[in-house]
Design a protein around this ligand. Structure first.
Ligand code: TA6
Length: 311
């Protein structure tokens, strides 16, 4: 089915719903919803949430202005879904790595580039809209196990996401994954992250060695850390926007904190050289020794809840 036919079919099913629009951005289809509390836009490719905005507030998420909305290329920003491995496959546990036979594989797994199916849009009430997408993963050279992935996004007074993995095959498989959230900040230099004090982290920029700090986190250079076995709320305190962003992960014990800063920013695709000033990634994840293994018919779900509070 071509793009126009896909959009027509989506309009036939969901176009009459209040606040729902189906949009085309160059080669990609996006579903946008708007209610009394908030608005959001999610792309079928990768089931990638690109924007969430509480009414009267600035966008919660950062999205690059250099996205080219091409098939097969994940957007830079929003909340990409990283599965069935996070980051560089070579840095994943053997239990995950040894399942893949190819030498060259994409970073962050394979589902960011695939077109998910929109399976439901539900106006829960005047302030809450729920969007459901699914991806039926077929065995391939890249990933030999069938699986059904489900994403449920609830757009309301806060943003809630639930990502579920179901093993639909007859063999067990292991995976790591993350909801790779890019948050929108006024200026990274003025931001403080609270809630990571005294939490052990792996510093991937310093030979993956373990470290810990009792101070609130401030970012003044490239940062790429995996905070381990976290619980509770993490706050991005952003005086420049006079707001806090509250991030609560669910069943995702690890949190990746990432900002590329000047040098890595220049090497990133669809990322303006100075854009690092305006974003900070806090990625709800389960990585390394928190990998998951599913037997046939078993399922796993993780999620997050984010909201902006005005300071
Ligand atoms: O979020 C951590 C990270 O693994 C960084 O090292 C950086 O590579 C980032 O993800 C973005 O990855 P991407 O493949 O989207 O360019």
């Amino acid at each position: 089915m071509n793009l126009a036919d896909k959009v027509q079919a989506l309009y036939a099913k969901y176009g009459a719903l209040k606040g729902v629009t189906i949009e085309i951005y160059k080669q990609l289809i996006a579903v946008s919803v708007k209610n009394k509390s908030a608005s959001a836009t999610i792309f079928l490719q990768g089931a990638q949430l690109a924007e969430y905005k509480q009414a009267g507030e600035r966008p919660l998420l950062w999205l690059s202005d250099q996205c080219d909305y091409q098939v097969g290329k994940p957007l830079r920003g929003g909340i990409p879904i990283c599965w069935p491995w996070f980051g560089d496959l070579a840095k994943n546990p053997d239990q995950v790595k040894d399942q893949i036979s190819l030498d060259v594989v994409p970073a962050h797994g394979l589902v960011r580039e695939q077109e998910w199916q929109l399976v439901d849009v539900n106006l829960i009430d005047s302030e809450t809209t729920q969007i459901k997408l699914e991806l039926d993963v077929q065995p391939s050279d890249l990933w030999p196990f069938p699986a059904l992935l489900k994403l449920e996004v609830t757009v309301g007074r806060s943003l809630s996401m639930n990502f579920e993995v179901i093993n639909t095959g007859d063999k067990a498989f292991s995976f790591t994954s993350a909801l790779h959230s890019y948050f929108n900040v006024a200026g990274i230099e003025g931001v403080e992250v609270l809630g990571l004090e005294d939490v052990e982290y792996i510093d991937t920029l310093k030979d993956w060695r373990l470290s810990c700090s009792s101070d609130p986190l401030r970012v003044s250079s490239e940062i790429d850390r995996i905070y381990k076995n976290l619980s509770g709320v993490v706050l991005i305190n952003d005086p420049g926007f006079a707001r806090q962003i509250e991030v609560t992960s669910r069943n995702a014990p690890d949190l990746v904190v990432w900002n590329p800063w000047t040098e890595k920013a220049k090497r990133l695709s669809h990322f303006a050289d100075q854009a690092f000033h305006k974003m900070l990634c806090l990625e709800s994840a389960h990585l390394l020794d928190n990998l998951q293994t599913l037997a046939p018919d078993q399922s796993f779900s993780m999620g997050l809840n984010c909201r902006v509070s005005i300071t």
